[in-house]
Design a protein around this ligand. Structure first.
Ligand code: DAK
Length: 262
């Protein structure tokens, strides 16, 4: 499939998706969602991609939300489909077997904030802005924002952001735990790629184990979560990467992880 609304490229072992509708501040329409789904299929089928980075084309916006003009033109059944497609796409992103980093270079509003939250963590430029302003449109977040935001920043803060529609700075987003790190705009990309490459150099099997344990365990009680961890620990420890990592340590050399299952 040829892409018009996203750019998909590879830099070494890092897959890169750029939202590419800069004139509309990279707002999400149905075509962009179809292209994003296709790119995720390609990423899942390409074992050389070990980390995914998502960012926005242009210097102003990551994603300024769902395309308001597009949404307002859809009849009820298509709106329902738009919402369901978006939700399942974001679940796919969240459940990718490899880590995904949101590199937020500007506005991450509404659906844009929701995409960033479906990634494993967020790096942001000092110029980035975050918010769930749907209330100002007479709407509510429709791509998981009422669910992921409270899990990330706590119920009361999520309620305040969704109820006021307030747009906050990258620094405020960091203070409430939405963003991991904030960089000057010109340093954001290199810092993100450096972290992505550091993750890509680790074992794929244990990376996926960490992701599964933290995501699945988060909604479980402590004992059940620790059971998930024990299962994954056992699996990683006997995998070729696990054996290689421990052998390399004992032989005082760098590990050569292959990412093979068994
Ligand atoms: N949709 C469509 N076009 C957008 C847009 C958006 N979300 N955001 C910006 N644009 C367009 C503007 O219309 C403008 O286009 P032209 O007039 O040049 O043709 C261009 O991008 C530049 O924007 P501005 O001229 O407004 O730029 P400013 O710097 O002055 O302002 C801004 C930037 C980001 C503060 C402002 O553009 C803005 O407030 N944008 C809207 C942000 C927003 O409210 N985002 C949330 C969208 S609602 C659902 C599933 C999901 C959702 C809802 C329902 N289902 C259940 C069905 C999700 C909803 C949302 O995400």
């Amino acid at each position: 499939m040829a892409y018009e609304n996203i750019i998909f490229e590879k830099e070494g072992n890092v897959g890169i998706i750029k939202f590419n509708r800069p004139k509309a501040l990279n707002a999400i329409n149905s075509e962009m969602m179809v292209e994003l789904g296709d790119a995720l299929d390609r990423i899942e089928g390409d074992s050389s991609i070990k980390v995914l980075v998502l960012t926005g084309e242009g210097d102003k916006s990551f994603v300024a939300g769902a395309d308001i003009a597009h949404m307002s033109s859809l009849p009820p059944l298509q709106l329902r489909k738009f919402s369901m497609d978006g939700q399942s796409l974001f679940f796919r992103l969240e459940n990718l077997s490899i880590p995904a980093i949101a590199c937020v270079n500007g506005f991450a509003l509404g659906g844009g904030c929701e995409i960033a939250m479906a990634c494993d963590f967020i790096y942001a430029s000092e110029k980035a802005k975050f918010g769930q302003p749907e209330i100002t449109l007479g709407l509510i977040p429709g791509f998981g924002g009422t669910q992921r935001l409270p899990r990330q920043v706590g119920k009361a803060m999520a309620k305040e952001l969704c109820m006021t529609g307030e747009i906050i700075s990258a620094q405020q987003a960091k203070e409430i735990g939405l963003v991991n790190k904030v960089f000057p705009a010109e340093e954001l990309w290199d810092a993100t790629i450096k972290t992505a490459q550091s993750i890509a150099a680790k074992g794929r099997v244990s990376m996926s184990g960490i992701k599964k344990c933290i995501d699945r365990g988060f909604d479980l009680d402590l004992r059940a979560g620790c059971n998930v961890e024990a299962d994954n620990f056992g699996y990683c420890a006997v995998s070729p990467d696990g054996k290689e990592g421990m052998t390399a340590f004992l032989e005082k050399r760098k590990p050569d992880f292959k990412g093979e299952l068994f």
